[in-house]
Design a protein. Sequence first.
Length: 567
Amino acid sequence: MSDHLDEVGAELDRMVRSSVMAVSQLGDHIARRLTNQRQAAAAAAREQFLTARDSARSVYLPLTQDRAGSRATPAQLHRGWTTAQQWATRDPQASAAAAAIADRFSDRFGVAPDQVLPGTWQRTTEPAQAAQPLTRDAAAQLAHDHAPGYYTRHHPDRTDVPDGQLQTDWEHWREHGDLPTRSVREEWARHTGQLGDAQAARDAAAPAERDSAYDAALEQAWASSAQLSDAQVLSLAQEHAPAWYQRHHEDALATDDGAAQLRADWEHWRDHGQLPEAARHEEWASYVGRGQEFAPDGWASPQEREAALQQVWDEGRDERGLLEMTAHLDRMREANLDTDQVSAESLSGDLEQFRLDQQAARGVYAPLLEPAAFAGADQAAALRAWEQAAGWAGQDPAAEVAAAQLDQQFRTRWQTSPMEYLLDQLGDQAANLTEDQRAGAALDAAAADRAEAEQQRGVAEEILDTPHTAGEHQDADQRLERAVDLDSAAAIAEESVPYNRADESELYAPGVTDQARQARIESAAGFSRSTDDMLARHARSSSRTKDESPAKATLSRGRGTEQDLGR
């Protein structure tokens, strides 16, 4: 059992040393933890700001392009202008878009968008009114108020519109909120000069297939758009591409499909206000040096490749956010916009929590900067104040000064630095824990020995109390001797349990100073016994001799029984 306890002690000693080494880095750890918290909160705030910015851009940026701008309804144009206007002081692209959309709106409707009430184009028709047929004048008024720019069936010069078609279109709008699909496609084809082609396709088809051929041709005209020129593509990429997007660089354009990818990306941006998701993921992977990993022919399935790209995208969230926010602030400065409002607004939640945490820490350490308050504080309160100041030293200049002052006050009063005291305190706690664990192991071993001793005595008694052979009698004697040895080992283990004088209540009696208490703890932990325990030791030693007598008497009784049986 002694070897077992030695092994336990060695292991616990190793744990103590490891604990003390870890504690030696506590100050740095506190500062680093607070810094990490601030950085994580700032990264989350950046992501929130950039997500909201990109969502707003997807509303208004397409409306600055001819394709989407000409298809937009008055309500869509006004919504786009309103969104851009809301971001105009925080995003240079929004400021430019607000002006462009306002010009488009004024050209089409003869009034500036800021002169129109926000709810002007909402459908307010009551159910009872919806059942009434529209007159041509009423339909023309709805078209004037709500039609996209390319829809002109309500214009007086449109003599080609069949009778009743205008009313049918706007009764459909009144009921469903949008115009009939065929009417929309016809008007767009007419606007782009492709209506004649659609009519020719209809006329060339068999009579039973003419409607489907006509609709297919209209749909093709709707889906097609004028291709961007190379100069337009490069211009959009140079103006709007994020810092990590590189497909417009010369080396990327030199590849076989580089130009086609670039065109596809920016025609998508033109229509949706943002780059395709796949392009964003692929370009980020290339930016972080992992582009070659995602060659399409190297993956078992497109789904696996997309999942891996998504993972790389997610892992780069913080780095990408920092890049984009830095670029955003640079563009704001170039446009003479106030960057403070973006920093304050985008990080407002983090800054508010930062201030609350900072105020709470100051509430702990600031009072003890007063000499009188420090003189009346105990070591625990002084140590806690220093920990708070030291933890904020890297974030707050005032806390850094406070930590230095508290350190000096602590040294002056207790002749040790707060860090050294903290290390000693935690080392003592670890040592006391070690002694407690050693004591527990010793008591557990003693209990196991006594239980086995009782079991051995029980078996021996059972043998000796019944007729038995000489071999059985010898076995019983051996069991009783084993029980005596086990009892002795248990007693030694119990007596070896270290006593920690730091547990005695008189250490905290009135008048005992911190220095005296600490000195007594350091000199006593694990090396001495209480007064009552020491007085009882002699009594236990004497009683142990008496306790062994019954076992020996049993041995004598057992031999007498054997002799009586004549064996």
